[in-house]
Write a protein that binds this ligand. Structure first.
Ligand code: SF4
Length: 357
């Protein structure tokens, strides 16, 4: 971070307004500014980790207090500029329609197009460049979905929304289908008021979760969450959770789909987030037929790559085990019954057993 004392006189209130305007011009839906105090959220995080709710995501436990103390992660940080970007592409297949079509594979709506990390980071860099053009050298660091950052708490403190009972950020005017990014900075900008919470007595997300992963309001046991099971977990998916997964092959949106605030969700204007390879409603059998080469080629630059080819086949095998029995489904499974991966073989056997009962 730079030495603030060497900066010329700066009207920080005007600069804060400019930063929010520039953020919108760069394609973000919203921007807000918070301080760095995350005391209560630090305790919430510690309890979550103590309960083991992070599962195999060991990176969540790394970094110690740096996660909840921005100035320890990036010395000199005084403020955090949080931004959000809507991701639902216009014309996407109806999500409930896909979930109810047991022959189709459901992919979380954020993952249908290009991976957002690079795009968001480059926009944040452009925002930093614009600030630099006005204030000269200043300290900053951009983060997008980074493990050491409590991004939802920071965004809430910046007024961008509240953390719902499903632990996702919700904006009163835009629902919850958006990405978050942050610019840590040493500029002493005026902070925005935090957003107030509006879940009230609603419990719809808790009730609908297919695997009952929301174990209480604001408490998510990631080990049961379909997003974790289909993306983060390597190896075998616990058998008891396979049937409730239904046809969800990469992530899950049920807790957001049911949330009444998403009637205010905004569509993205970002062409990069448009669905690729008809992944907003593709047939399981077609996806299961992708070779490793096809998987790697087709998912280049997409978040879906994270599950790896083995995870991809494992997830689709589970969904095919939950699909209606047909000659085509059993033939597709049998074609992979001798797959070189023991994980894939085991899930294919489980799926075949479901059809041979
Ligand atoms: S479904 Fe209801 S309880 Fe859950 S996040 Fe939305 S408003 Fe809150």
């Amino acid at each position: 971070m730079s030495d603030p004392d060497t900066r010329p006189h700066i009207d920080y209130a005007a600069l804060a307004g400019d930063i929010k305007r520039w953020a919108i011009e760069l394609g973000f839906a919203d921007a807000g500014i918070s301080g760095t105090d995350l005391g209560a959220d630090e305790q919430h995080l510690e309890r979550w980790l103590d309960d083991g709710h992070h599962g195999e995501m060991e990176y969540m436990a790394r970094h110690g207090a740096k996660r909840s103390r921005p100035a320890e992660l990036e010395p000199g940080t005084q403020r955090v500029i949080s931004v959000r970007m809507d991701y639902i592409p216009p014309g996407t297949a109806n999500a409930w329609g896909v979930i109810e079509d047991a022959e189709a594979g459901y992919v979380a709506r954020y993952a249908l197009g290009r991976d957002y990390h690079k795009l968001m980071r480059s926009r944040l860099q452009k925002l930093a460049d614009r600030i630099h053009s006005v204030v000269g050298d200043f300290g900053y660091r951009a983060y997008v979905d980074s493990a050491p950052v409590l991004e939802k708490a920071l965004a809430r403190n910046a007024g961008l929304g509240w953390i719902g009972k499903h632990t996702v950020l919700i904006n009163k005017r835009a629902g919850s289908y958006f990405f978050l990014g942050e610019l840590y900075t040493d500029l002493p900008l005026p902070v925005d008021p935090p957003a107030s919470a509006h879940c009230g007595s609603c419990n719809r997300c808790i009730d609908i979760c297919p695997t009952q992963a929301i174990v209480g309001p604001y408490r998510l046991d990631a080990r049961r969450c379909i997003s974790y099971l289909t993306i983060e977990l390597k190896g075998s998916i616990p058998e008891a959770l396979r049937a409730p997964m239904g046809n969800r092959i990469f992530g899950c949106d049920d807790c957001q789909l049911i949330c009444p605030w998403n009637k205010f969700a905004q569509e993205t204007t970002e062409p990069d987030f448009a669905p690729r390879h008809s992944l907003d409603g593709a047939k399981l059998i077609d996806l299961f037929g992708w070779s490793e080469e096809e998987f790697l080629k087709r998912t280049e630059g997409m978040a879906i790559r994270r599950t790896g080819y083995e995870g991809w086949l494992r997830n689709i095998a589970v969904a095919l085990g939950n699909a209606p029995t047909s000659a085509a489904v059993t033939a597709a499974l049998e074609a992979q019954a001798e797959h070189v991966s023991p994980v894939v073989r085991e899930h294919v056997q489980w799926a075949l057993a479901r059809h041979h009962r």
